[in-house]
Design a binder for this molecule. Structure first.
Ligand code: S3P
Length: 429
């Protein structure tokens, strides 16, 4: 069968400004919480892409009304009590959807639901949410004893627990906090290493019970709560591709506007600055408890660094694009603490190493680290391994020399229009 591909010509300086699509994490959570609220609320400027459309469909299957209003969504919630879905719920490629929804469904008294997903999602570890949810009393079964989807849930009978996250994961934390809204007593999550805190901020936005004290976050059973409109900031993870593209293409200057600057997401800015990047940013406003502002990147000769392992959870989705920057830096870049990247949409450690090699870059791959020899890339072909971020990161890595990208449509999981935006900025003078 013919595989689709896209040939990108070498790109000149990137100049201009852009707004990137809405934040994926906030859109998933916004849709879920509005589906649990009472009455109607609007989600302004959400991400409308593969992953979040899976969430919209899932919440509809569970009884919420989700209507498109131009670029926005209008959601009519079910007021904490969801409807039993008539069929298997397909989570597509979206790990956030499957894990957070398991938390919500575990709390739905008597409701039965089966969750599945695409081949990538069915390979991903679900035991990390299933085990603590079972400790709360959830009844969940599935493939490999409940470690893999499809997963079947019979909701109800939850009791709060205190759970310390064994690996930093905002998805696990969020699944337990959502389950905690339906549990007897207090549900506490302890995170030794901070992860993105969008769920906590949205709980506050909707007036849901939440206490945060250092590494501990607690919630308890929620009373029915009214819907409230919510504006989704631009996705920092999507902005990151354009920032790095500008840094490594001589003569470039790009400004991303209206982008989320939550510091649990922006670890990449620190690493890039340490590499010598000319980057400025400023928070201008707050949207639903999230800081929002602009980021400007100008072409900068970069140098290799040894990345602080503690920063990885604050840039867990930006490692592929950091590898693109490292390929163009002078000297070696060492990126540790990557074990979680092995269980993303693809094995991202292997996918990064494969594509760097395909572009003529020296790379060594360890079980949870990468060592990248900088100095530039040669024209070649990019294999996304069914992973949106690999497709976009390696389009960026090869931008100055041109590249063939196989199956470019994978970018649409989080960024429909990515290649159009890239071409527009390359062409603008
Ligand atoms: C996400 C958390 C991260 C991230 C994913 C989105 C979220 O996953 O990689 O893209 O919205 O909570 P983990 O929680 O598995 O680290």
């Amino acid at each position: 069968m013919d595989r689709p591909f896209l040939d990108l010509a070498p790109c000149g300086p990137l100049r201009g400004s852009l707004r990137v699509p809405g934040d994926k994490s906030v859109t998933h959570r916004g849709l879920m919480l509005l589906a649990l609220a009472q009455g109607e609320g609007r989600l302004f400027y959400p991400l409308k892409a593969g992953d979040t459309l899976s969430t919209a469909r899932a919440m509809q299957a569970l009884g919420a009304e989700v209507l498109e209003e131009g670029p926005h969504f209008r959601v009519r919630g079910q007021g904490l009590r969801l409807r039993e879905p008539e069929d298997v719920v397909d989570c597509g490629n979206a790990g956030t959807l499957m894990r957070l929804l398991l938390g919500i469904l575990s709390g739905q008294e008597g409701l039965f639901a089966v969750l599945t997903g695409d081949a990538s999602l069915r390979r991903r570890p679900m035991g990390r949410v299933v085990e603590p949810l079972r400790a709360m009393g959830a009844s969940i079964d599935g493939r490999e004893g409940g470690k893999k989807a499809p997963l079947a849930v019979r909701g109800g009978g939850l009791k709060g627990v205190s759970y310390t996250l064994p690996v930093p994961s905002a998805q696990v934390k969020s699944a337990l906090l959502l389950a905690g809204l339906f549990a007897e007593g207090v549900t506490e999550v302890v995170e030794p290493v901070p992860t993105r805190d969008h769920t906590e901020r949205l709980f506050r936005h909707f007036g849901l019970p939440l206490e945060a004290e250092g590494p501990r976050v607690r919630t308890r059973r929620a009373e029915p709560f009214p819907a409230r409109d919510l504006t989704v900031p631009g996705d920092f993870s999507s902005a990151a591709f354009f920032l790095v593209a500008a840094l490594l293409t001589p003569g470039s200057e790009v400004t991303v506007e209206g982008v989320g600057l939550n510091t649990t997401r922006t670890g990449l800015l620190k690493v890039l600055r340490e590499m010598g990047a000319d980057l400025e940013w400023q928070v201008v406003e707050g949207e639903a408890g999230e800081p929002v502002g602009w980021i400007r990147a100008r072409y900068s000769p970069l140098k290799g660094v040894s990345v602080d392992p503690g920063l990885i959870p604050l840039m867990v989705d930006e490692v592929p694009v950091l590898a693109a920057a490292a390929a163009w830096a002078e000297g070696e870049t060492y990126i540790p603490n990557l074990s979680e990247l092995r269980v993303k949409e693809s094995d991202r450690v292997a996918a990064i190493a494969h594509n760097l090699r395909a572009l003529g870059v020296g790379v060594e791959e360890g079980p949870d680290w990468l060592r990248i020899q900088g100095g530039g890339v040669k024209p070649g072909e990019v294999e996304p391994f069914h992973d949106h971020r690999i497709a976009m990161a390696f389009a960026v890595a090869a931008l100055p020399v041109g590249v063939r990208i196989w199956e470019p449509h994978w970018a649409e999981i989080s960024y429909p229009g990515f290649f159009q935006d890239l071409k527009r900025l390359c062409g603008a003078s």
